[in-house]
Design a protein around this ligand. Structure first.
Ligand code: 2NL
Length: 348
C-alpha cells in the first residue's frame, strides 16, 4: 500500500480511538498502541532510511507531522481526563483539595559527615587542601611506601582485608586501605613541596564487630611538608586545631608513641572537656583524652616519593572520626553510626 495513504489512515484511526478513550488507563494503552516502539508509525519512521531520497523526504515530513500531532493530542487528552477524574472524586466527596499536603521530611547530613566537614574546615582555614583517594589500594601505597616492608612485624598493627586478586608472581598486592595515608603518598608522588593536605575517608580493618569496633570507619589524616618544617610546627598546628574543635581553653599534652611512618611519633591528648581535667568516667579518671596520633614524617617515607630528606621535613597526623561524637555525646555503640536507624541519626 502507498505509505502516504497508510499515514492518512493511521491518523484518522488514531484520532477516532483517542476520542473514544474514557480514562487514563485506556489512554496509556492508546499511547503504547499509536506511539510506542512497535506502533505502525514508529515502524514507518524506522524504515525511512530504506526509501529512495525524494520519497524519504516527503514521507518523513508527513510521518513526523503525524507524530507531533498525536503527541500533542495525547497531552490535551491527558489533561482533560485528569481534570475529570478530580472533579468526579470531589463530587463523591472523597477528595478534599483544601487538606494540607503531606509534609516533606527534611534530610540532614550524617553525624560523621558533619564532623568530617568541621575538621576539614579548620585545616582549610590554616592553609591545607582537602583530597580524597581510592578505598581499594595497592600494598605499595598502604604499606611499602610508608616504611612498612613485607614481613615486617609492624604490619601486625593493621588487620587487613586483602582483595582476592593474584598477580603473575602469585602475590595478592591489593587490599582495602587501613588508613588514608596511601593518598598522601600519591599526592607527594605527583607534586613538589610545599604540600599541605588533609585526607578524609573510609578505612577498613579485618575485625569482628562489637560496640567499640567496626570493620569500616572514617579517618582524617593530614600532612605538611616543606623546607624547615619542625616539631614546633606540628605542636602549634595541632594545638590550634584542638582549640578550634574543643574550645579555646583546652590544654594539650604530647607523649611518645610509635608509628612506622614517623620519627619521632607522638600521641596528643587534651584535658578532659567533661571534667576540665579533674578526672571522670569519660577520661577514665586520668583527666586526659587522647585525640590523635602524629609525628615527623620518616626520612624513608620522604625518600620513597623522591623528596630529599636533607632538604625537606614534614609532620603528619591521623585521627579516627567517630571517636569525636562518641566522646562528645557519650554514644555507647559505634555500630549505631552505620545501622541506618533514623531514631539515632535524627539526634544530630
Ligand atoms: C592514628 C595515627 C598517624 C600518620 C598517621 C602519616 C602519613 C604519611 C607520612 C607519615 Cl604519608 N605519617 N600519617 C602519622 C602519624 C600518626 O595516625 O592514630 N590514626 C588514627
Amino acid at each position: 500500500m502507498d505509505i502516504n495513504k497508510e499515514l492518512e489512515e493511521l491518523k484518522s484511526r488514531a484520532l477516532e480511538q483517542l476520542a473514544g478513550t474514557a480514562d487514563l488507563k485506556a489512554l496509556e494503552a492508546w499511547r503504547v498502541f499509536c506511539l510506542g516502539k512497535k506502533s505502525p508509525l514508529s515502524q514507518i519512521l524506522r524504515g525511512l532510511s530504506d526509501l529512495p531520497p525524494e520519497e524519504r523526504r516527503s514521507v518523513g515530513a508527513l510521518a513526523n507531522e503525524l507524530k507531533a500531532l498525536l503527541e500533542s493530542s495525547l497531552v490535551q487528552k491527558r489533561d482533560s481526563l485528569q481534570l475529570a477524574e478530580v472533579s468526579a472524586l470531589q463530587e463523591k466527596g472523597s477528595l478534599d483539595v483544601t487538606l494540607p499536603g503531606r509534609p516533606i521530611t527534611q534530610g540532614r547530613l550524617h553525624p560523621t559527615t558533619q564532623i568530617v566537614r568541621q575538621i576539614c574546615d579548620i585545616f582549610v582555614a590554616m592553609g591545607f587542601q582537602v583530597a580524597e583517594g581510592p578505598e581499594v589500594e595497592w600494598d605499595y601505597y598502604n604499606f611499602e611506601a610508608l616504611n612498612i616492608p613485607k614481613g615486617h612485624p609492624a604490619r601486625d598493627m593493621w588487620a587487613t582485608f586483602w582483595v582476592d586478586y593474584q598477580n603473575e608472581q602469585g602475590e595478592r598486592p591489593m587490599l582495602l586501605r587501613t588508613h588514608t595515608s596511601p593518598m598522601q603518598i600519591r599526592i607527594m608522588e605527583k607534586t613538589s613541596p610545599p604540600v599541605r593536605v588533609v585526607v578524609p575517608g573510609k578505612v577498613y580493618r579485618y575485625e569482628a564487630t562489637d560496640a567499640t569496633h567496626e570493620s569500616s570507619f572514617y579517618q582524617i589524616e593530614g600532612l605538611a611538608v616543606d623546607k624547615g618544617v619542625t616539631f614546633g610546627d606540628l605542636k602549634g598546628c595541632l594545638y590550634e586545631f584542638a582549640r578550634r574543635l574543643y574550645g579555646p581553653e583546652r590544654k594539650a599534652r604530647f607523649r611518645c608513641d610509635y608509628f612506622p611512618f614517623v620519627e619521632p611519633g607522638v600521641e596528643m591528648a587534651i584535658d578532659c572537656f567533661a571534667c576540665a581535667g579533674k578526672g571522670c568516667r569519660l577520661c577514665s579518671n586520668t583527666g586526659w583524652i587522647e585525640i590523635l596520633g602524629a609525628g615527623m614524617v620518616h626520612p624513608d617515607v620522604l625518600r620513597s616519593v623522591n623528596y630529599d630528606p636533607d632538604v625537606y621535613t614534614g609532620f603528619a597526623f591521623g585521627l579516627g572520626v567517630e571517636r569525636i561524637p562518641i566522646l562528645r555525646y557519650g554514644i555507647d555503640d559505634i555500630r549505631l553510626f552505620y545501622s541506618n536507624d533514623l531514631r539515632f541519626l535524627k539526634q544530630f
